[in-house]
Design a protein around this ligand. Structure first.
Ligand code: ADP
Length: 255
């Protein structure tokens, strides 16, 4: 059956947004790892980097522009594992050029990343949303017919209030929330394996309960992950947790 989000040429089975109340909590990392693990399960996957002002996805996958164009639109970059990627950084002449547009322009570009890109056929299009819960995110929610949302937070980011805003925004559009991922929850001592909660006791569990959403994972700060990410090799990262989350998403599809 055609998806409501199908554009001129693309056929997308499921669209999932990854959201966070603020930047720097690991939203792009979560998006990249989820894309990687869905791909490993054998699905065709696209990743739309909606973080227009701080695009970091191409770096993590080691892909760069310029992009080619055909009669159906811009052709996304392809990661080493075969994930289709579209990002503002693939259109800039220099990846460190600043993007200083205001909200409405950012929203317009997001729509274009959907309409004017030749995504082809995909099982999943993951959208790394711009950080925050304001106008830009509201317009983005209107632009895509989403099948689900994953919320990302970190222990130090005023969890309850920020997650609450995201949940309320998502509920306005009656989009199901797959759950909450708390990133950078703790560090594991490399010598004794003890988990150290450097930001204090996590509130993720009580927050998830308060808003009646599932707590999908609490991820540690992992130097190996940041190294692979910085070197454009994030697809090499193996995560049991993300394997399970990818399975969960794929199984929810069947219901
Ligand atoms: P956001 O998309 O929310 O702005 P990013 O995913 O870009 O955040 O992450 C910000 C920085 O933190 C990046 O350099 C990333 O590699 C690093 N990072 C994110 N999560 C982890 C983690 N669990 N362990 C180690 N480094 C991480």
């Amino acid at each position: 059956m055609p998806h409501e989000n199908d554009n001129k040429t693309a056929k997308i089975k499921k669209m999932i947004a990854i959201m966070s109340g603020k930047g720097g909590v690991g939203k792009s990392t979560v998006s990249a790892l989820l894309a990687t693990h869905l791909k490993r399960l054998g699905y065709t996957v696209g990743l739309l980097d909606g973080d227009i002002k701080g695009p970091s996805i191409p770096r993590m996958f080691g892909v760069s522009g310029p992009l080619e164009k055909d009669a159906h639109g811009l052709i996304p970059a392809i990661s080493p594992a075969g994930i289709k990627i579209m990002s503002m950084n693939l259109l800039l002449e220099h990846e460190d050029d600043p993007v200083i547009w205001r909200g409405p322009v950012v929203s317009g570009v997001l729509k274009q990343f959907w309409n004017d890109v030749n995504w082809g056929e995909l099982d999943y299009l993951l959208i790394d949303f711009p950080p925050g819960t304001g106008d830009v995110q509201l317009t983005a929610m209107q632009s895509f017919v989403l099948d689900g949302v994953i919320m990302v937070t970190s222990p130090q980011s005023l969890v309850q209030m920020i997650v609450g805003k995201g949940v309320n925004l998502t509920n306005k559009f009656s989009v199901p929330i797959f759950g909450l991922i708390e990133n950078m929850s703790y560090v594991k001592c490399p010598d004794c394996g003890k988990e150290i909660f450097i930001f204090g006791e996590s509130k993720a569990k009580t927050t998830a309960e308060k808003y009646d959403i599932d707590l999908l994972a609490q991820l540690p700060i992992d130097p190996e992950l940041s190294k692979l990410s910085d070197n454009g090799k994030i697809e090499r990262f193996e995560s049991k947790t993300f394997k399970e989350i990818a399975h969960l998403i794929a199984t929810k599809d069947c219901q």
